[in-house]
Structure formats: structure tokens, C-alpha cells
Design a protein around this ligand. Structure first.
Ligand code: HBI
Length: 355
């Protein structure tokens, strides 16, 4: 297949501004190219990729959808890079069998019926904006097989103007397992890995540390320092070791040495790539039963799912972690979250659309 991937308009691809969806684009494109499909990626000027042939398009970047309010009108900057990306896609569409949109923005969904070449959409977050929910609903009504997401919990957040999550294609996620080393034993300490930001619920991890006396290695971008200070004040006896943000090679080494990964999401995590990174290192996961972790963790087998916001239950699960067999966690990552498994799911989706 000849595939044109269109990136997010929030920043240059490869800069990390696009967060988890950048990893998804890179991994899926690499896997499909290995299977002799042609993949080109159209993205903002300044984008970089070792593996994927890039077309860079000029224009102003868009603001983050998660920073807008649900009823905000659709807005475009003066010389929108998103508009320029889709003008390019329209001109070049005859050279491709399928166009795949990775932007969480209104325009690509709206343009779907205007193109001759079919457009598939990978939606990388839960429902955030009425304008996008409505545009997705229009796509689903006309082309039921064109919306892909990470998880069913993420899909189920799209319930207006009507429940449409059951029609979405579930694609899960995947990582390059060769980058993650299985560690059979661990120290008696926990890992908490996420951007330091309120939606990630660090305060509940601090509460666990105070209640159990366990040390917690905290890894992730210091996105909200005020919030960090507040947690320190509210939980003076918590033993939180802030180790900063680290790329995969160092992250997996630090996290892999821990007894368990603690996940305390306050929002509906669309997926939670860190959970499969932990499994790949043999690290069990203790998480609130909220969002993506619900579909990743096999309760009692690869970790524990706990009643959301119940810190007491979180502590009980943490003390039960030694019962989990760490090799089972690694095997689960190999079976479900390898690049091969991810590539199979995306390739089958595209074949089904073109059939
Ligand atoms: N916001 N407007 C907009 N468009 C995107 O494509 C986008 C975003 N916010 C976050 C984001 N993409 C990605 O970081 C997440 O989907 C992972």
C-alpha cells in the first residue's frame, strides 16, 4: 500500500511536543515499511525522523486541544499549518491508496467526504471538544470503519451527539521491546512515571509512600512546579525521589529496578504507554481502574486494578505485588505490545478499509 500519514499541527514531529502520538506514528510507519508498504509523513517545518520519508509544510502551529474548553468554536491561526497540510494532501491524493490522519483537530474529519482517496483517522485522546465530537460523528455515519483509537475506554468517552465508541477500531499501542531489558528482581521501592501535572494524581502516590513507608522514584517532565511543591507540602513524610525526565534507555533501567509501577490517573488516560514499558521490564503495575490501564493490566496476573481514588486499596495492592511473577509481565508485553503486534493491527485495519 502507498500511505500518506498527516501529522499533528501542534509542533514539529520528533520534537516531543506531539507526545504519545509521535511514538505511535514512528512505530507504525517503521513496522509498515518493514512490510514493504510505502509510507510518507507530511508534518510541520522543523520536523525530523530517522526512519520515515518526510514532507515538511510551512505555517503556524495550532494550540493544544486539551487546553481549550469543550464548547470553544473551531479556531485557525492566520496561516494555519493544518490547512496547508491538507491542501498538500488534496494535491497529492492520487499518488496514495490511503491517507491517515493523526491530528486531533476539526479540519481533517470535516474534509473526509471531500477527498477521492480514503482517509482513516487515528484519534489519540478521549473526547475533549464538542466541535471534534460532531466532526467524528459525521465521519462515523458515512464511513463506519475509518476511526481508530487506542482503547475501548477511550472510545467510550465519545458519546455525543450519539454513542459512537462501539464503531471505533481498537488498535492498542506497541513499543520496541528490544529497547527494554527484563529485570527479574527489584529493590523494595516503587516507580511513578508521568508528567508532573494534576491530571496524573501524584498526591495519591505521596499518600501511598506515607502510609507504607516505601520510597517512590518519580520520573517525568516537571510540567507544573507549583503542583509539585504543593504535594511536598501536603505530604511531608512521603519519600519521593524526583529523578527528572529520561529517554527510553535510562527510563527503562531506572523503572525496571522497581518493585512496581504506581499509576494514579485522575483523567481518562487514553492508553498509558508507560504501563507497557513497565511490563516489558518485568515490572507489575498497580493502577486505578480508570482509562487505558483497565485494558492493559490483567488483575492478579500482571498487576492490580484498584477502585479509583481509593488510596487505602492502592496500599493493599502494593503490599500484594510480590505475588506477581515478573516474567509473566515480560511475556504479556511480547504477546500483545510488540511492534509486530501493533503493525499487524494497523495493517489489517488499512486492508479492511481498502477492501
Ligand atoms: N492538540 N490541537 C491539537 N492537535 C493535536 O493533534 C494534538 C493536540 N494535543 C495533544 C496531542 N495532539 C498529542 O500530544 C496527544 O494526542 C498524544
Amino acid at each position: 500500500m502507498r500511505l500518506l500519514f498527516i501529522s499533528t499541527p501542534v509542533g514539529a514531529f520528533g520534537s516531543g511536543v506531539g507526545g504519545g502520538v509521535e511514538l505511535t506514528v514512528e512505530n507504525v510507519a517503521k513496522e509498515l515499511m518493514l512490510r514493504s508498504h510505502t509510507v510518507h509523513l507530511a508534518a510541520c517545518v522543523g520536523s525530523q525522523s530517522q526512519a520515515i520519508p518526510l514532507i515538511t509544510i510551512p505555517g503556524e502551529v495550532h494550540s493544544f486541544a486539551q487546553n481549550q474548553t469543550r464548547t470553544d468554536p473551531v479556531s485557525f491561526p492566520n496561516n494555519s499549518v493544518l490547512a496547508n497540510l491538507w491542501s498538500y494532501a488534496r494535491e497529492m491524493q492520487d499518488s496514495y491508496d490511503l491517507i491517515v490522519n493523526f491530528a486531533y483537530d476539526w479540519l481533517p474529519f470535516y474534509l473526509t467526504p471531500f477527498f477521492d482517496t480514503p482517509i482513516a483517522h487515528f484519534v489519540s485522546m478521549g473526547s475533549l471538544l464538542d466541535s471534534i465530537d460532531r466532526a467524528i460523528a459525521q465521519v462515523v455515519q458515512q464511513y463506519p470503519d475509518r476511526i481508530g483509537v487506542y482503547t475501548q475506554t477511550q472510545a467510550d468517552t465519545f458519546d455525543r451527539p450519539f454513542p459512537m465508541g462501539s464503531q471505533f477500531r481498537l488498535l492498542g499501542s506497541g513499543i520496541d521491546l528490544d529497547l527494554y531489558e527484563f529485570q527479574p528482581t527489584s529493590a523494595a521501592r516503587l516507580a511513578w512515571v508521568a508528567r508532573i501535572s494534576p491530571e496524573k494524581g501524584l498526591e495519591d502516590a505521596a499518600a501511598v509512600s506515607e502510609a507504607t513507608g516505601l520510597e517512590i522514584d518519580v520520573l517525568g517532565k516537571m510540567q507544573d512546579r507549583e503542583y509539585w511543591e504543593q504535594v511536598q507540602q501536603d505530604f511531608p513524610k512521603a519519600k519521593l525521589n524526583y529523578l527528572g525526565f529520561h529517554p527510553t534507555e535510562k527510563l527503562q533501567e531506572l523503572m525496571g529496578a522497581c518493585q512496581a509501577l504506581l499509576m494514579t490517573p485522575k483523567w481518562v488516560e487514553a492508553f498509558g504507554n508507560v504501563a507497557i514499558e513497565a511490563l516489558a521490564c518485568g515490572v507489575p503495575i498497580v493502577s486505578y481502574a480508570r482509562g487505558g490501564p483497565v485494558e492493559i493490566i490483567k488483575h492478579g496476573k500482571t498487576g492490580y486494578l484498584v477502585e479509583p481514588d481509593n488510596v487505602r486499596a492502592l496500599c493493599d495492592a502494593v503490599t500484594a505485588v510480590p505475588r506477581i511473577n515478573r516474567i509473566v509481565c515480560r511475556r504479556e508485553a511480547e504477546a500483545e505490545y510488540s511492534l509486530t503486534a501493533l503493525g499487524d493491527r494497523f495493517e489489517q485495519w488499512f486492508i479492511d478499509i481498502l477492501a
